[in-house]
Ligand binder design. Structure first.
Ligand code: ADP
Length: 430
């Protein structure tokens, strides 16, 4: 490739209904890869490629370029792996989209609401990818579906430790995913629902309520329906959380990826009018190590503060006086039922706001800035159910001076003074 000096280029001619899968080496020092469509048409997870444009993929990316009609592409750089597969479930996924689109048409005709879809399955089966695909296909035919992100470990919308909803207005960007403007985000505080399942279910209900309210006033949102991405935890309380989600969102369709037992359980436990569909996973989905997940989480936080490739943000660093903020953790450590004060249930302890005394151990923690109005103690009640307006990271604590230094996307002062602490930490290496 004369246009990218120093990089080897490899041409792939793809037959119809096949995909080129490639991975970019992980790690800071790794070389980026570029992809160019030379002839024909192709898409990356539902987003069409433009011809003669170079798309860049950074370290750790795992990509599939799929073509319905056939195409040829060039890869510049040396991928960790690259191969062509004829064996993909894309036709099944497209048929799923077609069925959902039928439901939207019918909703339009009968003045009803469009499909609410929950995508479930263990980790690394391509749930997020299927969500992205279905959303991009829907938006390409003029719909305005909503993405509901319940995966607190690997959120596609906001930083980890949150659940969120995002109205999708255009297909995902090939390199960067969905444009994240004005998402509705709630603080959960850790990367697995198991740390506080009551809170997790509560926030799921909050999102469902807000979404339903929006559907009442916005016909396009109602017809577009929603696609809900869930966590990979499908046993015990994790399973119960899926059932809870199905009921609170009143889902119409559940797509189960690659898990027959889960499929049977949901068919048994959900009302009969819910369509539960078992879909195969793509052979291209790559299992990610713990380390790989941790890196992805870190990267997501870094992006929040510093931007992503094309867009660079310049975060601010300033001091916040302890006396100016109130920091809480949601959920008191659980105590035996017999020790609970009269009239109090375990639910209450898991949703309780516990004041945090600022100290050195706050360092590096991510804090959510609650949108709840700053008020007296009595106003605390709404904080758990209030969306978040942003995040800061504590970079230094001076207990003597009673101040902490924070990294913030906006200059001082903080827009609100109620902060919620996450288990998640971020060490700023810039
Ligand atoms: P889950 O949400 O179930 O954990 P993801 O959808 O995040 O799984 O997929 C895991 C990884 O596999 C992602 O990095 C994604 O880009 C990659 N991936 C998904 N489908 C394919 C495919 N067909 N070919 C190559 N990589 C893929």
């Amino acid at each position: 490739g004369g246009k990218a000096p120093g990089k080897v280029s490899t041409r792939y001619d793809l037959e119809k209904e096949t995909e080129l899968r490639f991975e970019v080496e992980a790690g800071e020092a790794a070389e980026q890869l570029e992809l160019e469509l030379l002839t024909g048409m192709a898409e990356v997870f539902g987003s069409e490629l433009n011809r003669n444009k170079k798309y860049t993929f950074g370290p750790g990316s795992k990509i599939a370029v799929f073509t319905w009609q056939g195409c040829s592409v060039n890869l510049y750089g040396k991928p960790e792996v690259a191969y062509v597969s004829k064996d993909t479930p894309m036709l099944l996924y497209l048929n799923t989209h077609a069925a959902l689109e039928q439901m939207r048409k019918q909703a339009e005709r009968d003045n009803e609401r469009g499909p609410r879809v929950m995508v479930v399955g263990p980790t690394d089966v391509g749930k997020s990818t299927v969500c992205r695909l279905l959303l991009s296909y829907a938006v390409r035919v003029g719909r305005r579906p909503t993405l509901v992100e319940l995966d607190v470990g690997q959120s596609g919308v906001s930083v980890p430790g949150t659940v969120s909803a995002l109205c999708i207005e255009r297909p995902a960007d090939v390199e960067e995913g969905f444009s994240v403007q004005a998402p509705l985000v709630y603080h959960f505080g850790s990367t697995t629902p198991g740390t506080n399942i009551k809170l997790y279910n509560k926030l799921t209900s909050c999102l469902a309520e807000v979404f339903s309210q929006r559907c009442e006033v916005n016909r396009k949102a109602s017809v577009g329906g929603c696609i809900i991405n869930t966590c990979g935890w499908v046993k015990g309380s994790g399973y119960q959380a899926l059932v809870h989600c199905a009921s609170t969102f009143q889902v119409d369709v559940v797509l189960v990826l690659d898990h027959e037992r889960l499929y049977n359980e949901l068919k048994r436990d959900l009302p009969h009018f819910v369509r539960v569909v078992l879909l195969p996973k793509s052979g291209g989905v790559v299992e990610r190590s713990k380390e790989c997940r941790r890196e992805a989480r870190d990267e997501k936080i870094r992006e929040y503060f510093y931007g992503f490739r094309g867009v660079t943000f310049y975060p601010f660093s300033f001091e916040v006086r302890f006396s100016d903020v109130r920091i809480y953790k949601i959920g008191a450590p659980s105590i035996p039922d017999s020790c609970l004060p009269l009239g109090m249930s375990q639910d209450d302890t898991q949703l309780k706001l516990v004041p945090v005394t600022p100290g050195r151990d706050l360092t590096y923690h991510v804090l959510s800035v609650s949108s709840a109005e700053d008020g007296e103690e009595g106003a605390r009640k709404g904080i758990v159910e209030s969306p978040v307006c942003g995040f800061i990271v504590v970079t230094y604590v001076d207990t003597q001076a009673q101040v902490m230094k924070v990294l913030s996307p906006a200059p001082r002062p903080l827009p609100r003074h109620t902060l919620l602490i996450m288990d998640i930490r971020f060490m700023d290496m810039k």
